[in-house]
Design a binder for this molecule. Structure first.
Ligand SMILES: [Zn+2]
Length: 326
């Protein structure tokens, strides 16, 4: 199944089973010479079948197509290696390409990181069952690295690479200036807020993310193309709403820390309000698969506050504890 966006630009919905994101929107720029597939889906049968069927219906021959990954997450990159033909390029930023390769072998040290945030050993034992780990590629393919300012040409579209670090350290968007089209990846989503989490070797992800939201605001976007769900309103409005959301979140966190000095990111996450699958969930009913994201998000907000001297933290008993009394 596919939908035409306009002209030779199409989208194939790739289902993400048991995932609140529901689908990945894989985009295709079709060209009789060489086509481009933007983002692919998890390496699992449901994704593989939907993507292959869509590409076949569209008449895309992967021997004459390249793959572009907006970022390294497995719901975007999982099928890249097996989809690519022998001569296909797989584009990604250097930062995310290197992280992806490390993620396959070490999980980026996330188990130790999450332990320091307050996860229990029983929860940590399930870390590799997390879909983001389980449905990755088996090994990292050879990548063609892209950087901000690079331009790619496919099907009459000139695509400017815009670096948008935040959701991942090397997230990039693609912009077709002539048509006002922006392939947003997970930088801006319209009815859910992109997850911002902490990363090894990438400080202040939330600060970077807000900066990157400002960076895309200087481009005029007529056709926003997010990697999940649909579009509501303009990209500029959505950027404003996302920034407000994080501002509210930060204030909520500071209030919770004032009331519970010394809380860990895990404990603080239990004090926040969360909406999953359209309803407000209590922390006790929170599925573990979502807890990794939620606690990572809390830790990213705490890092934002820490970088600006608004909170302090202490490492005691194997966990980080945060305080507002500095
Ligand atoms: Zn993502």
């Amino acid at each position: 199944m596919y939908t035409q966006i306009e002209g030779n630009v199409y989208t194939i919905p790739v289902p993400l089973p048991d995932n609140p994101l529901r689908n990945l929107n894989s985009y295709v720029i079709k060209d009789p010479g060489r086509s481009l597939v933007i983002d692919t889906g998890f390496r699992r049968p449901e994704c593989r079948e939907a993507l292959s069927a869509g590409l076949e219906e569209l008449g895309i021959d992967m021997a004459r197509a390249d793959v572009f990954l907006t970022h390294m997450h497995a719901d975007h990159s999982g099928l890249a290696a097996e989809l690519a033909g022998p001569d296909s390029k797989i584009y990604i930023s250097r930062a995310d390409g290197e992280l992806l390769a490390r993620s396959l072998t070490s999980g980026l040290g996330r188990v130790d990181e999450y332990r320091s945030y307050g996860f229990s050993e029983a929860e940590l034992a399930c870390f590799w069952e997390n879909p983001s780990m389980k449905y990755q590629q088996e090994s990292a393919p050879g990548f063609t690295y892209v950087a901000g300012g690079d331009k790619l040409s496919y099907g009459g579209h000139t695509l400017l690479v815009i670096e948008t670090p935040g959701h991942t350290p090397g997230h990039v968007c693609l912009y077709d200036r002539a048509r006002g089209m922006m392939f947003l990846g997970d930088h801006v989503l319209f009815d859910i807020t992109p997850n911002i989490t902490t990363w090894p070797g990438f400080s202040d992800p939330l600060g970077h993310y807000v900066h990157s939201l400002m960076d895309i605001s200087i481009f005029s976007v007529r056709v926003p193309l997010p990697a999940h769900r649909g579009v509501k309103g303009s990209t500029a409005e959505r950027v404003g709403t996302i920034i407000e959301h994080h501002g509210r979140r930060i204030r909520e966190m500071l209030d919770a820390l004032d009331a519970s000095p010394g809380a860990t990111p895990y404990e603080l996450s239990g004090m926040m309000s969360w909406r999953v699958r359209g309803k407000t969930n209590s922390w006790a009913d929170f599925p573990l698969g979502q807890k990794w994201f939620a606690v990572g998000e809390t830790a990213a907000h705490l890092e934002y506050l820490l970088c600006r001297g608004r909170v302090r933290r202490e490492f005691t008993g194997g966990v980080w504890r945060y305080y507002t009394d500095n």
